[in-house]
Design a protein around this ligand. Structure first.
Ligand code: GDP
Length: 296
């Protein structure tokens, strides 16, 4: 992911970084190439426009043009803008102290990787010393409960499920009660997905959220769906006030525009990326590292 964008931006960077003098025209040309590269990478048009105008504004200033190494200063401006659009600082989960159970609500469309990501995050938190409980409240996709139970078994994490139940709120209530009783301190709730955003889905997630009062409301968005992932994030954010996104399938050969667009368009940060199908394949999202990778 992001390889092609990285190649394109590297060419631009190489064309200016060694120059001992650069003109406003050089900057305008370079920015035009960056614009094309971002659009080709499927970055949201609004984000591209903002990126371009800010880069031009900052790179055309005296401090860049008259500096000792203007080419490198220009590259620094581009890097800083990439970091900014990727979400600035790394955003970690905001969880409670170990004695009070934290609640993490998972949301997302069917097939986005929601159930897998819930298990991945549970394993990660377990390794950090927490005691997670997975709650199987996706009662729409027929295999979801089984899938979560199997994943839980594989990673040694308990799963709360009520076989045959059609009531997600009852499952969530049972999960919260069990966490209290068994002193499990992170409750991770897998909720129902749908093929697309619809009102029934939003109503269900709002109700579950009102009941569970989650500390984190995480959307799993499929990077392979590009700008659709960005729109889905915006819709969910409006509905349940997301605290973050897991961008799944970051290992796929997609153009990567979603990563650069979600924070600005949906207003919520990417907290983790999914990097494979395995239960270990979840990594914290570091804007600076991704920006460095893009600029090579
Ligand atoms: P759900 O319907 O949202 O619960 O989706 P699942 O968790 O069942 O995932 C759908 C498919 O995506 C499964 O085949 C997962 O193995 C796969 N998947 C999930 N996350 C990732 C990821 O980060 N990378 C890759 N390559 N596949 C993933």
């Amino acid at each position: 992911m992001l390889d092609r964008l990285s190649d394109r931006l590297n060419n631009v960077v190489r064309s200016v970084s060694g120059k001992s003098r650069i003109t406003e025209q050089n900057i305008a040309d370079a920015v035009e190439e960056i614009k094309v590269a971002l659009l080709e990478a499927d970055v949201n048009l609004k984000v591209v426009r903002r990126f371009v105008s800010r880069t031009v504004r900052e790179a055309s200033g005296e401090s860049v043009l008259r500096s000792v190494s203007p080419g490198q200063q220009f590259v620094k401006v581009v890097y800083d803008k990439l970091v900014e659009f990727l979400g600035d600082e790394r955003q970690d989960l905001a969880l409670r102290g170990p004695d009070v159970p934290s609640v993490i609500l998972f949301a997302g469309l069917q097939g986005s990787g929601k159930t897998t990501s819930a298990a991945k995050l549970a394993l990660r938190l377990k390794k950090e010393g927490r005691r997670p409980l997975l709650v199987a409240a996706d009662l729409v996709r027929p295999a979801a409960v089984d899938q979560l139970q199997q994943l839980g078994e594989r990673i040694g994490i308990p799963v709360e499920a009520i076989p045959g139940s059609k009531d997600p709120k009852a499952v969530v209530k049972a999960g919260l009660a069990r966490a209290k009783k068994e002193q499990l301190n992170v409750v991770i709730i897998d909720t129902a997905g749908r093929m697309q955003v619809d009102e029934a889905l939003m109503e269900e997630i709002r109700q579950v959220s009102a009941l569970a009062k989650p500390d984190e409301r995480i959307l799993v968005a499929d990077a392979m769906t590009g700008q659709n992932a960005v729109e889905v994030a915006r819709a969910f954010h409006e509905s349940v006030d997301l605290t973050g996104v897991i961008l799944s399938k970051f290992d796929s050969d997609t153009r990567g525009g979603a990563a650069l667009s979600i924070k600005t368009i949906a207003g919520t940060p990417i907290k983790f990326i999914g990097t494979g199908e395995g239960v270990e394949d979840l990594e914290p999202f570091y804007p600076e590292r991704i920006a460095s990778r893009i600029l090579g």
